[in-house]
Design a protein around this ligand. Structure first.
Ligand SMILES: [Zn+2]
Length: 223
């Protein structure tokens, strides 16, 4: 299928350039995340001809919500996000989701998209397309992840990066403090995800990894 790559049964990663810099997934018939405000064309092209049921955001940072309004409007999709970020995402004002710093201000100015009504807000235990919502706050106040119990597939959003899209540095790493509202809480969320025993871990930035890579990374940090 052009434009997408199957990485687990029923889970596709949309192709993008630079590769894996700003990941958008197709989780069954639900899009997960929407890249920056420049990702609209890439997303619409990749999913052309498919029938989708919703767009869900792991969190409201500019490089995840950027094209949400445009994609939801173009495809008439309901938007879903973690309940604690609903107000910011609806308003298109994401300042409360990032630490106050020049870099988060600049990235919001360059990449953020317009607000959009949230049709369904998600909480710990909500179900979306066969995946369970796990609340993983820290990187942003209401960050959520998606976990599929039956085969251990996890979409961890930005709790951990496998590529820093700002510097190009590859490999597992915690997201930069500059873009993380509570780094300590984020580490606790990473531990919470590891305790689920995921088999395949997919990120907002970088390629997916298997469990042993995640375990080795977290052990290195004593997490
Ligand atoms: Zn983020």
């Amino acid at each position: 299928m052009p434009g997408v790559k199957e990485i687990a049964p029923g889970l596709h990663l949309l192709k993008g350039r630079p590769r894996n810099a700003f990941n958008v997934y197709l989780m069954g018939d639900v899009l997960v995340d929407a890249g920056t405000r420049y990702a609209r064309r890439r997303i619409l092209k990749a999913v052309a001809g498919r029938s989708l049921s919703a767009l869900a955001l792991t969190h409201g940072h500019a490089d995840h919500q950027g094209s949400a309004h445009k994609v939801c409007s173009a495809l008439d999709l309901p938007l879903m996000c973690g309940e604690f970020e609903k107000a910011a995402i609806e308003a298109g004002d994401i300042r409360s989701l990032v630490p106050p710093s020049w870099s988060s201000t600049v990235s919001a100015k360059l990449w953020a998209g317009a607000g959009h009504p949230v049709a369904r807000s998600l909480r710990d235990g909500s179900e979306v397309s066969g995946f369970r919502v796990i609340e993983t706050p820290g990187h942003s106040p209401g960050h959520i992840s998606f976990f599929r119990e039956r085969d251990g597939v996890l979409i961890a959003g930005d709790v951990i990066f496998n590529l820093n899209p700002f510097t190009g540095r590859r490999g597992l790493q915690f997201p930069p403090d500059l873009f993380t509202v509570d780094p300590e809480l984020n580490r606790a969320s990473a531990r919470k995800l590891a305790e689920l025993g995921p088999s395949l871990i997919c990120f907002g930035h970088g390629r997916p990894v298997e469990a042993k890579e995640l375990t080795a990374f977290l052990q290195g940090f004593g997490v």
